[in-house]
Design a protein around this ligand. Structure first.
Ligand SMILES: *[C@@H]1O[C@H](CO)[C@@H](O)[C@H](O)[C@H]1NC(C)=O
Ligand SMILES: *[C@@H]1O[C@H](CO)[C@@H](O)[C@H](O)[C@H]1NC(C)=O
Length: 369
């Protein structure tokens, strides 16, 4: 008790001291690039000088972009404030910050592709790194937010975002804006549920001002999940959505399965062979103009159920159940969407059914009921 009180006093007294204490939630210092280089440190839009952008260290061809600036006949928009950066070939931005050694953190950043080529970003906090592909557009304005998680191995994290591309046009390369961090708390098991983080309430930072959710890339690109307890399987991302901008069945967060059978979430749980279990969950839509006949497939080991859901794109959900007998000491619980769906308001961004509020319990076990 005394220790908790002491810690909160410490946190309060450090809240104003500008990043001297590891903070756990929010935009990085100048994480939206609203503080820009002095005119003397610019050549047109290109930033010259390693430390020209306050709080950041840059290398390579980095441009400082103002919202409304034109590129060919394309008008560049910026999601947060009026400025963003563009990372050209082999360009990178870097910032160091204090963290708590051993804790897991998730970074969330917004990025937009500007040229036709396939673009990728290598996000790293040594020794962890992950290459996130930007080639699939999920939102119609070109911007998407991505989450990537790491475990702090030291008490300082050097956050590095690098464009490994080598395009002919050096000005090609993704725009980046709004980089935030959030400490993740490992979910605890309770006696009311065998699943960890069953309602997805614990997850990456969501920008209060962006209305397109956060993409959680598949684990191939990310060893530590930004969605504690869960793995994103298959080839494509799932979308993490919040109740401020979307309709979610329960609590403040949920997962939208945006890439048909190419995106799935899974968790492996301990089970007792021979015992009967009931997996119950909510299937709905995010109220984002994602209309049509949808099907969510739930798996528990080899057992499966297909849950049809007719979406009018205006929110709503139904509950479904999968009853199964465990055959192994570990059972893989997995969810995917059978179909691809496009939003009816732009016909270009992927969307899909929402899953939330999962419960997994064994039946006829008085200790657990
Ligand atoms: C990504 O960046 C890290 C840190 O700089 C580096 O060690 C790693 O090799 C890079 N990965 C790729 C595929 O470029
Ligand atoms: C969100 O937008 C409002 C109004 O545009 C602005 O005042 C506020 O600072 C923004 N919040 C964040 C976290 O950027």
């Amino acid at each position: 008790m005394g220790r908790i009180a002491f810690l909160s006093v410490l946190l309060l007294s450090c809240a104003t001291s500008n990043n001297a204490f590891p903070f756990t939630d929010g935009l990085l210092p100048n994480g939206n690039f609203e503080l820009g280089p002095r005119p003397a440190d610019m050549k047109g839009t290109v930033v010259v000088g390693r430390y020209a952008i306050p709080k950041w260290e840059i290398s390579g061809f980095v441009e400082y972009i103002k919202s409304g600036q034109k590129q060919g006949d394309m008008l560049l928009v910026v999601p947060e404030g009026a400025f963003a950066v563009r990372l050209g070939n082999e360009a990178s931005i870097k910032q160091s910050m204090k963290v708590v050694k051993g804790l897991y953190y998730s970074l969330t950043f917004s990025a937009a592709r500007t040229c036709a080529q396939e673009e990728r970003l290598n996000v790293s906090v040594a020794p962890d790194w992950g290459v996130l592909p930007m080639q699939t557009l999920y939102s119609s304005n070109g911007w998407d937010s991505y989450a990537w998680a790491f475990q702090a191995e030291r008490d300082v994290a050097e956050i590095l975002i690098h464009n490994p591309g080598r395009e002919e046009d050096p000005a090609c390369g993704p725009l980046i804006d709004s980089i935030a961090i959030r400490a993740l708390y490992p979910p605890r098991l309770t006696n009311k549920n065998i699943l960890k983080n069953p309602d997805f309430e614990e997850g990456p930072y969501v920008f209060p001002n962006t209305s397109w959710g956060v993409l959680i890339p598949p684990n191939i690109e990310d060893d530590h999940s930004p969605l504690p307890g869960w793995m994103v399987e298959s080839l494509k991302a799932v979308k993490y959505i919040d109740s401020v901008h979307f309709s979610v069945p329960q609590g403040k967060r949920a997962v939208e399965l945006v890439a048909g059978k190419e995106s799935a979430i899974a968790q492996v749980v301990r089970t007792i062979p021979g015992k009967t279990y009931i997996l119950s969950f909510a299937v709905g839509d995010a109220s984002n103009s994602c209309e049509g006949s949808m099907i969510v497939e739930a798996f528990a080991g080899k057992d499966t159920v297909k849950v049809p859901y007719e979406s009018k794109g205006k929110g709503g959900y139904k509950r479904a159940v999968l009853k199964f007998v465990a055959v192994t000491p570990r059972t893989r619980i997995m969810f995917l969407s059978t179909f691809y769906t496009m939003r009816s308001d732009d016909f270009s961004s992927l969307c899909g059914p929402v899953v939330d509020d999962l419960k997994l319990l064994s039946v006829r076990n008085p200790r657990r009921m």
